[in-house]
Design a protein around this ligand. Sequence first.
Ligand code: SF4
Ligand code: SF4
Length: 342
Amino acid sequence: MKYVDLGETGLTVSECGFGCIPIIRLPKEDAVKLLLYAFDQGITYFDTANAYRDSEEKIGMAFAGMRDKVVIATKSLVRNAEGMMGQLENSLRMLRTDYIDLYQLHQIAQEKDWQEATGPNGALEAVMKARAAGKVRHVGVTSHSLPMAIKLVRSGLFDTIQFPFNLIEESAKDDLIAAAQEKGMAFICMKPFGGGVIDNGAVAFKYLRDHAGIIPIPGFESREQVDEVLSYYAQPNAITENDLKIMDHYRKELGKRFCRRCEYCQPCPQGVMITPAMGYPIVASRMSPSVAVGFCKKPMESVPLCTACGSCMERCPYDLPITEVLKSNHALYERHLKETQV
Ligand code: SF4
Ligand code: SF4
């Protein structure tokens, strides 16, 4: 495992981090063992969020006695200062620490997110105050929207940007990664397996390792998964003709039905929460159906409001059959709901 600079923060982290959504599914003791196992194998960067149920608490339990050996990043979707301060204090408590290495404004996708979070009494104000008080060391941001991500990078307000990047979501490779690097910001790569749809891990990581200066944060829920991903880093990267064919196959197979969470389709005139509802199967597979039904209740229960007006599909740059996907995701949600209630 190599160690790389986290942009210009002065922090050094393992070249591959640990995304902490999947540990939601594990009992506390198992999650702690897995986090410590990953640390023993060389992983030092752990990324979580206030919204990931008890993930912060499990990280706190694992690393309380060795806080200075790991770099912990967390984040919040809250857009106002008061709410953000509450979430931040809660994260500190759950993580059993008096500082967070990297605090990220989570999923700034639309202009209104940006205006609210950076305006007067916005979330950024609270994070900056926490930084001045030493509770936060560095400030980052996450997004799924390319134009917004470029704007966030150019704003000069953040130390890191977290954005989806993998062999089927390649939009960052043209301008965003270079723009972040020019600004001295770390590029943290979320969804290295396309949120779970790329099942050939070796090829997924060959693609990522072919792009210098990015830090992937795959989610892990077993030692075997940690071992597997770290084995990709144990050898020099070499992409074969066959790998390129596999990558193309994924692009052709998945490209037309994979929601990038860019949010161009929103808002829906009926109030359907399109983006989170589009991603329901991925959340269910990452968190488990019983957790996902609670986590996604609001968006999934907005789906029946759809009148099939089609305006979202006109705006989706990937021509996704949104109404069809929403219908089938809602059926899956109902099935999970029934199974959970049994
Ligand atoms: S449905 Fe299309 S426009 Fe909407 S978030 Fe997904 S990819 Fe973006
Ligand atoms: S098709 Fe349905 S989800 Fe899309 S904008 Fe119209 S009502 Fe909303």
